[in-house]
Design a protein around this ligand. Structure first.
Ligand code: ZN
Length: 424
């Protein structure tokens, strides 16, 4: 009978799995060269990885111009499990089922309303996950990890929502346990904009891999910062919650968080729509008035259409709001000095004016050294950056060597969920 692997064996296996995941066409001799490990050790650990279903050895392929025995290459079995991810905004959700490389297998968009509270909202997410699993041909037993983004601050280590300004009934809610009870898999919960930032950093186009600041301007406004490949969450998970920084002493700018003068109360999608409805009713925009009469309310995508119609109320407001947002973000750019600044969110849907004014304002308002070499671009992943970022976050958490050693001997992270959660 073979002896059970020691802690050191597991560490070495984790190192080898990591190499095989990252490198295409890894071979035994390449792993020996990379790690400095002897052939026997590499063979033993690879045999374990193959037994566990995490590594597969491919048929040998003869290399052109090379003599001798063709080498067999190794691959990480990304299909060994699946990841569920959902990125929840205040009024919409993007969700995906992905493989263990974070590649989406099936994805979906749905309208939601987080103000209905956690139970109603999460049941809807759960039903969406079930449908996605069915579409992907996977069963709930194949779920290796779940990532959920919410539109408010989160204590990442516990998976609880913390004092969210716009999510009634969610304060302190344990999103992690809610999903863990239903799937038995490890769960990570983060702020939605953090997931978007991570998705754009890892999979956005063009691929730059520099420090990245992601700004979402939709119903609400938020930001996420990646430095050295890691999300900056801050001490209480409040990092990036820029929608509620004070930008005006105008007491009429009442925010939905209860304060006045917040950035969101001036430039957030909800504030824009409120002001445009008032203007339309007062007869200042025939185009928006006709939409309002037809539907009873305006939605963010109306802004792009109104802009294309040359509606002056919308173009003036887009410019003003982009300017206020750009000035607030310039302060963050000066401080954090990102290489890439990405603007995403629903206000961007169809309106180029907002982006152009935002970019110009940021460049005008940042110090020369911070704007030198700064790339400013719109989000590139078709509004699925948060769902993709969530899947990648779960993969990163599962396959960090310090986490991998917890579950690798069992070949299944669902066996050690508590320890994996503690390591988050
Ligand atoms: Zn506020």
């Amino acid at each position: 009978m073979q002896a059970p692997p020691t802690a050191r064996d597991i560490l070495v296996l984790a190192q080898i799995v990591d190499l095989v995941r990252e490198a295409e066409g890894a071979t035994r001799s390449w792993i020996e060269a990379e790690t400095g490990l002897g052939r026997a050790v590499v063979n033993d650990r690879l045999a374990e990885g193959i037994d566990l279903g995490i590594i597969e050895e491919l048929e040998p392929v003869a290399e052109k111009g090379r003599r001798g025995r063709p080498s067999r290459s190794l691959r990480f079995r990304a299909e060994a499990g699946v990841i569920l991810s959902a990125c929840l905004g205040a009024g919409s959700m993007h969700a995906a089922v992905s493989d263990l490389d974070g590649e989406p297998i099936a994805k979906v968009f749905r309208n939601i309303d987080v103000s209905h509270g956690p139970e109603t909202t999460l049941r809807l997410v759960h039903r969406t996950f079930q449908r996605l699993l069915a579409r992907a041909g996977s069963d709930p037993g194949a779920v290796w990890g779940i990532a959920v983004g919410v539109p408010g601050p989160v204590e990442f280590s516990s998976g609880r929502v913390v004092a969210p300004p716009i999510m009634p009934g969610w304060d302190g809610f344990d999103v992690r346990s809610w999903f863990h009870e239903r799937y038995g898999a490890p769960v990570w919960v983060d702020n939605e904009v953090n997931l978007m930032a991570f998705g754009e950093w890892a999979r956005g186009e063009p691929q730059e891999r520099r420090d990245l600041l992601y700004v979402k301007v939709a119903t609400g406004i938020g930001a996420g910062l990646i430095t050295n490949g890691h999300l900056h969450r801050g001490d209480n998970g409040a990092a990036g919650d820029i929608g509620h920084v004070h930008v005006t002493d105008d007491r009429k700018a009442v925010c939905r968080c209860g304060k006045t003068g917040c950035l969101e109360a001036v430039a957030g999608g909800w504030a824009m729509l409120n002001r445009l409805e008032v203007a339309a009713r007062a007869g200042k925009s025939p185009y928006l008035k006709s939409l309002l009469d037809e539907r009873g309310h305006l939605i963010l995508s109306d802004l792009g259409h109104a802009e294309a119609h040359g509606d002056t109320i919308v173009t003036t407001m887009s410019r003003q709001n982009a300017r206020v947002t750009g000035q607030a973000i310039a302060g963050v750019v000066n401080f954090a000095n990102p290489g890439t600044l990405v603007l995403g969110g629903g206000v961007m849907r169809g309106t180029s004016l907002f982006f152009d004014t935002f970019r110009d304002t940021v460049l005008e308002s940042t110090i020369e050294l911070a704007s030198r070499g700064l790339t400013i671009r719109p989000a590139s992943l078709d509004f699925y950056e948060g769902a993709i970022g969530g899947a990648l976050l779960a993969v990163e958490q599962l396959f960090r060597p310090s986490t991998m050693r917890l579950w690798l001997a069992d070949g299944d992270p669902r066996v050690r969920v508590d320890e994996i959660h503690d390591a988050a």
